[in-house]
Design a protein around this ligand. Sequence first.
Ligand SMILES: [Fe+2]
Length: 577
Amino acid sequence: MIVLGLSGALTHDPSAALYIDGKLVAAAEEERFLREKHAKRKWPYHSAKFCLEFSGVSPLDVDIVAFPFAKISLFRPDRWHFAKRYWYSPDRSLTALFNGNRRFRRNKRGIIGLMDDLGIDIEKTPFVPVEHHMAHASSAYHLSGFKEKTAILGIDGKGEYATTFFGYGENGKIYKIKELYDPDSLGGVYGAITQYLGFEMLDGEFKVMGMAPYGNPDTYDLSRLIQCDGKSIKVDTSLVNTVGLRRYREEELGYYFSKKLVKWLGPKRVGDEIDDPYVDYAASMQKLLEDISLQLIETYLGDILRETGKLCFAGGVGLNVKLNQRIIDLPYVDELFVQPAASDAGTAIGAASYVITKNGGSVEKMEHVYLGPSYKTEDCIDACKKHPNQPKWERLDRVPEIAAGIIAEGNPLAWFQGRMEFGPRALGNRSILGDPSYPGIAERINSQIKYRERWRPFCPSILDESAKEILQTAHPSPYMTFAFNVADKWKQKIPEVVHEDGTARPQVVNKNTNSRYYELIQHLKKLRGVPAVLNTSLNRRGEPMICSPTDALNMFFGSDLQFLIMEDILVKKSTKE
Ligand SMILES: [Fe+2]
């Protein structure tokens, strides 16, 4: 059975994923092809085309198209909850009750049009909608590989109406325990405070998390934003998750927080510095998210976790590595799997895997995220020949060794190999690498290319054999989705990848999933004595991760980077440039 999963239901992060007989053979985000971060208000045309072409599947052979957004019946609580809570904006309330599947119909029209554009037979190929949070849940549970009864957690901004999902998986089936509905959304409040702190919603949440350790969570009490009685939450919509006239506005732009919030906390933050009181607000917000999430996990998932200890998690908030650290620290959690594409891009995988299992099939465990396009050395040479900057390139043998040599001399290295990663993290195929023991390397990367806020942490990729000693845990961490406390001895050895609070967000690398990258780190270990490399994504600030060799060259020549390795070639800038 061939199932194509498509996402983009909520006007951001469209993506495509293709399953052939239960195996995930290709997946990619649309933003990488369009070169436009989050590809807002776009359908996943290029990504779907890539999945089909890469797998050698004709559009006419697709059996099912799965989509992570479904109709919600008026007989369920979702729309009534929404209508009741949005009383202050009556047009929204009434729309939820009388025309509550408007967005579903718009999505369906868009996807049917896309299927047609792709050459899929729209008469014969069923379009199967899957509830948004069920798709997130499936992307976590069905890809976790967990065999025992597994608790499932989903937290995002919102899907159709649901914002939070508690359930479990057993024998390949997912059961819902409880959902919370818009506007009562933890992800929504975190997003609103992200905006208040001067970052973009659905993008800057990482920055708030990165800022939080610099502040004191107890200086300001933000608990009035979200009341939690242990079973559900109630967001104060006069402050956050705000719509209509209550919204704070700046130059025609409406925000998801209110004028009242600004009156309470002071003006919206501007600039790149971390300063009072905003760092303390970030710290309080992070703590509020963690405390309430843990309370709800205990209420709805505690019993299952005490039984088997297995938890899986998806939805945008699943990328909050500090929350995940606290979840792993719970005495009854043995293993947490977070879908590496936890935000909406991952719902393409989720919708497809859900439909497969619903039809009696099974899906394989996710072993890696290298699911995007790949290019041969000849393609990279071709790209060099055609590039206006006329790069000089040389062919290398012993690529990992030479790469490690460049890094060991204190240089940032642009590193391009194999299939592009699916999900927001570069995991050694589209990365900028540096020596984490080399003082000032993080700053050098920032000044040569990233130009990102200097207080944001860089992360390590660590050899599996050394991970336990450095991170003081044997918990798996292949995708940079968790933070762990770095052992004191190692804090001094790899200071460039240890955050303000003494944690690191690691990718533990094993030889089976990325042998060339593994070898590179082994060589670096020989040269510098550290079994780890600093790894940040291959892109400039504000642009999506690099996809093709031409993208890599454009980025390279648009930055001060000096070294680029693409497959088996090295591109160096001459000293004049
Ligand atoms: Fe979502």
